[in-house]
Design a protein around this ligand. Sequence first.
Ligand code: ADP
Length: 262
Amino acid sequence: AEAALRQSQKMEAVGQLTGGLAHDFNNLLTGIIGSLDLMQTQLGRGRTDGLGRFLTAANASATRAAALTHRLLAFSRRQTLDPKRLSPNRLVRGMEELLARTVGPAIDVRAVLAPDAGAMLCDPNQLENALLNLAINARDAMPDGGCLVIATANMTATPAMAAALDLQAGEYVTLSVTDTGTGMTPEVSARAFDPFFTTKPMGEGTGLGLSMIYGFATQSGGQVRIESREGHGTTVRLFLPHAGDASIDDPIPAPPLTAEPG
Ligand code: ADP
């Protein structure tokens, strides 16, 4: 079940990224196909000499590429953010067991929840995916075991802080995931958010985890930052828009019990 969960999360990550890439590629391909069409028209469509055949082949390839980007766009359109007002503390509490099982017995998982963290506005599924991805990264950075701390807090971003963090000034809920693992070299931390950047062996890392989290955080009106020290450990901190002083028991909306028609 966990392998399936991880796979579905990977698919979601791929969906979010491919959406952006497919959109840009589609625009470029439209330009390329348009130019090829014009060249073919000017040369005369029936030409079977070298130039005519090269143009026909180029057009066929570009058209196939466009069909592929349309498939990717259709796939990624299913990934939409559905922000809800939720309690970070409640969400973390609800995930503690899954996170502990994910990282295994050699890693001690602790939640440090600020009672005044408040409520935040974001998509609960995406946030759960993000935390799970961060826990998997932390586990991979602690092959000999260690400690994983998930902390919530409330932060007021002053105009100076907001500018430094590339955020609007205002109130935020922060969720941080700290490990006592290998840490990152400056080179790795500089590239960690790049799509497909991974230092993991083939088949183990996709390089999509942190880039997906970056997309999710910024699209939610928030931000994500890494603090890492080589040989000491890493903290990844999510900043999400604060949404009032909900009690920490503010219920997360439950899914409907019956399937909706259609
Ligand atoms: P993946 O985990 O598939 O490699 P990510 O985008 O999640 O993709 O991470 C990119 C890279 O950043 C990782 O390959 C690793 O080198 C580094 N990294 C991420 N999280 C951590 C961490 N907690 N500790 C050390 N390095 C990390």
